[in-house]
Design a protein around this ligand. Structure first.
Ligand SMILES: Nc1ncnc2c1ncn2[C@@H]1O[C@H](COP(=O)(O)OP(=O)(O)OP(=O)(O)O)[C@@H](O)[C@H]1O
Ligand SMILES: [Mg+2]
Length: 255
């Protein structure tokens, strides 16, 4: 499914937090949303997912205005992994992932084999099968993050929005989760802080600065030394190696 935003504006009181953002994400694309703290990444993701309404502008999924799509129908198509997701205590890992199936179930149908398979597969994909009976509140930060990703996978969405999904993850799981999301047959927008990981796994990068889209394009065209210095106030050395991008930061920046 494609995701389009037209002239999105959102703010609080008199402060504009998302400023006139327009974007187009094609079906199957993996987009990295990057930008400094407070640049509006989480706010924009929430607008794109229909979790909050813009003051003006619109979001369309497959050319349908999401403001006009019923919540439940939207939940069957869109999954959202929050930046600091919490879950009710006293539930097991598997219970949390089961919640991902809610939009697919009707009041009349019970728990089906298909639901069970979706939950089992999602747990396997994030490497959490062995902990599936453990109480959620006893998990480590990275394990919790992976369970929330499994819940989104169990939802079997067509579009996935992930807000810093690699937060708390060790390097192996950071790479595995991003590889998984990229290889899934769905459209995804991922807010990320690690520019090297964004370059490795994203088809295109969108850079937010002060709530506005500053740049959008392939990692090679967007992640330049000039732009990194300008937006992130950090000196770097960007090397291109057989289509791959390596960014080395210079800690002695005088900026
Ligand atoms: N409901 C709100 N009320 C007031 N200010 C808000 C609200 N939501 C967001 N903001 C402000 O808007 C700005 C953008 O916040 P947002 O969470 O979208 O940034 P971000 O790019 O995701 O940052 P980070 O990298 O730290 O996660 C921040 O300065 C934040 O304080
Ligand atoms: Mg954020």
């Amino acid at each position: 499914m494609s995701v389009k935003a037209q002239n999105l504006v959102w703010g609080v009181k008199r402060r504009q937090i998302v400023r006139d953002v327009s974007l187009n994400v094609s079906e199957g694309e993996t987009i990295g949303l990057i930008g400094p703290n407070g640049s509006g990444k989480s706010s924009l993701l929430r607008l794109l997912a229909g979790l909050k309404s813009p003051h003006s502008g619109l979001v369309a999924i497959n050319d349908r205005d999401i403001a006009k799509v019923p919540r439940r129908a939207l939940a069957r198509e869109i999954a959202f992994v929050h930046q600091n997701a919490a879950t009710d205590t006293n539930v097991t890992v598997r219970d949390v992932v089961r919640l991902g199936r809610t939009p697919h179930r009707s009041a009349l149908s019970g728990w089906t084999d298909a639901d069970e398979v979706a939950v089992t597969t999602a747990l396997e994909r994030v490497d959490m099968t062995s902990l599936s009976r453990q109480a959620w509140q006893t998990l480590s930060g990275g394990e919790r993050q992976r369970v929330h990703i499994a819940r989104a996978l169990a939802q079997d969405p067509k579009v996935m929005f992930l807000d810093e999904p690699t937060n708390h993850l060790d390097i192996h799981h950071q790479i595995e989760i991003l590889r998984l999301v990229r290889d899934l047959d769905l459209t995804s927008v991922i807010a990320l802080h690690d520019l090297n990981l964004a370059a490795m796994f994203c088809d295109r990068i969108m850079i937010l600065e002060g709530g506005a889209l500053r740049a959008c394009g392939t990692p090679q065209t967007v992640l330049t030394e000039d732009l990194i210095r300008d937006v992130f106030r950090t000196d770097s050395e960007v090397k291109h190696d057989n289509g791959a991008l390596h960014i080395r930061f210079r800690p002695n920046s005088s900026l």
